[in-house]
Design a binder for this molecule. Structure first.
Ligand SMILES: Nc1ncnc2c1ncn2[C@@H]1O[C@H](COP(=O)(O)OP(=O)(O)OP(=O)(O)O)[C@@H](O)[C@H]1O
Ligand SMILES: [Mg+2]
Length: 487
């Protein structure tokens, strides 16, 4: 018998069968990959194993005991741990304290940390490569460091079964390789792992077996190569060959007057210099990409443009200086930011979130705009009345971009547009970017780590490293001249 065996597990939310009579199993020393389009039920399935959702039916055998419906604490005591996609460390506690708190006994009778617990926590930090950062504050860690911290919190509890929900999201190619090695070592140490991620190439390289889901059901299972070659899986998850070749952008050859010009921009947070002497031009009615690793300064640049952080230097939009212009007026002038953190209104419905975006539009205009957004993201139309916070990760990303589009921006800044999206949805976003380009109504500035995606669309690419622009040019030259620097 396998270490974990889920049999016929089902979960419904209202009228929706998020997971529908799903079977899967995982052995110790094995990595099972769970793949499928956004909203296919992957996170819900893992949450049921962890006890965060009570299954409506089916059984979850953990080492022979049916734990379906048990509380998360009891399931954790049996050696199951989940690493969530979003890092939410306690900011008032150091890195080490965060790990210690994560492994406090649930009964809280004894809050004193024993030397053994401390050793365990430090060992977990060593495993993830954070040992020398143990006394730092979480806010001092780079993005990948926070992901490592989440993993350390799980490892300190010495889990037998580790559930990883999109561990690679937001990591650079080299960070993904390092994380993959870490995960391989965990398998080598005899743990069972379940991995969910949309980074298809890395999942394929890492997992021993894959289960593909669609609309809550299993549609394929087996060796990852075979599952990814499966016709159904290609159709519902990977999309056409499109992701590799199609959509070669109708690039804007002669770059005329830029819609936005940034020159000699400097941003400091206390003593830290986030941007130094950054100059760039955003192609009017075209697509401009800023690429670079986490912490390179992309988000600071976006925040400076939209007036959320103060900056020295010059920013001009449509020929007018933005100096001293408050954020709300910048927004009114037509510069809209879709932040990496999405900033949705969780307790509002999908439709309410979209309408918040279109608030300033006349009713007829808003309706037309809504139809346009729901055409790009049909799922948003199907789920108009669902609370935003209950959407799947990729559905939330679609809503964030959709809401930004509702604002009818003249210049749309999207921070990491492809984060958490299934390949097939990336195709949809690709198509809509090209449709937006053809409509000639807006200019786009995107921050991306996904080079394939950035190169496919951008008329001009800027490579950012340590807060400075290190290279710029056309997408055709990028791979040869600068691509290697960010892999
Ligand atoms: N509490 C809830 N109420 C209503 N619907 C929900 C709730 N939780 C999840 N859903 C829906 O169930 C479906 C499955 O969601 P789930 O988060 O499991 O998807 P996923 O496969 O993890 O997707 P992604 O790859 O985008 O993260 C989604 O359509 C989601 O909107
Ligand atoms: Mg998910």
């Amino acid at each position: 018998m396998s270490f974990l065996e889920a049999k016929g597990i089902t979960k419904t939310f209202g009228g929706l069968r998020a997971v529908d009579r799903l079977d899967f199993a995982v052995e110790k020393g094995e990595i099972l990959g769970l793949i499928g389009p956004n909203g296919s039920g992957k996170s819900t399935a893992m949450s049921m194993v962890m006890g965060l959702h009570r299954p409506d039916g089916g059984s979850i055998l953990l080492d022979g005991t049916d734990v379906a419906g048990w509380s998360p604490n009891r399931i954790a005591e049996r050696g199951v741990s989940m690493v969530f996609q979003h890092s939410r460390p306690l900011q008032q506690q150091t890195v080490l304290q965060n790990v210690l708190i994560a492994c406090l006994p649930n009964r809280l009778l004894n809050l004193r940390v024993s030397p053994e617990q401390r050793d365990k926590a430090i060992e977990a930090l060593r495993l993830v490569g954070l040992e020398s950062e143990q006394d730092k504050w979480p806010s001092e860690l780079p993005f990948a460091g926070l992901r490592r911290l989440e993993l350390a919190k799980s490892l300190a509890r010495d889990p037998q079964l580790l559930l990883l929900d999109e561990p690679f999201a937001g990591l650079s190619a080299s960070e993904v390789r390092e994380f993959s090695d870490l995960i391989r070592n965990l398998r080598g140490a005899g743990r069972a792992l379940i991995l969910v991620d949309h980074n298809v190439r890395s999942v394929r390289a890492l997992v021993d077996r894959a289960v593909a889901m669609s609309s809550g059901q299993k549609i394929a299972e087996g060796h990852p190569d075979a599952v990814l070659a499966d016709e159904n899986v290609r159709r519902v998850y990977l999309g056409g060959a499109g992701s590799e070749h199609a959509g070669e952008a109708a690039r804007i050859e002669a770059v005329g007057t830029p819609i936005l010009s940034v020159s000699h921009l400097n941003v400091r947070y206390g003593k830290a210099q986030a941007l130094s002497d950054v100059s760039l031009d955003v192609v009017d009615k075209g697509v401009t990409a800023v690429v670079g690793l986490n912490g390179a300064g992309k988000t600071s640049l976006f925040n400076a443009i939209t007036g959320f952080v103060g900056a020295e230097g010059e920013i001009s939009f449509a020929g007018k200086s933005l100096k001293g212009t408050p954020a709300h007026e910048i927004a009114r002038a037509g510069i809209v930011l879709c932040p990496e953190t999405r900033e949705l209104f969780g307790d509002m419905s999908v439709l309410e979130n979209l309408n918040m975006g279109g608030m300033h539009l006349a009713a007829a205009d808003r309706k037309e705009r809504l139809a346009f957004v729901e055409h790009i993201f049909p799922r948003l139309g199907e789920r108009r009345s669902q609370f935003a916070r209950t959407l799947s990760g990729g559905e939330q990303q679609q809503l964030a971009i959709g809401r930004a589009l509702m604002m009818k921006p003249r210049l749309l800044l999207i921070d990491e547009p492809t984060l958490g999206l299934a390949p097939i949805v990336m195709d949809v976003i690709s198509e809509s970017i090209e449709a937006l380009r053809r409509s000639g109504e807006l200019s786009l500035l995107i921050a991306e780590q996904n080079m394939t995606f950035a190169s496919r669309h951008a008329d001009r690419i800027y490579l950012m490293e340590h807060g400075a622009i290190e290279w710029s040019g056309g997408a055709d030259r990028f791979a040869a001249e600068a691509g290697a620097r960010i892999l």
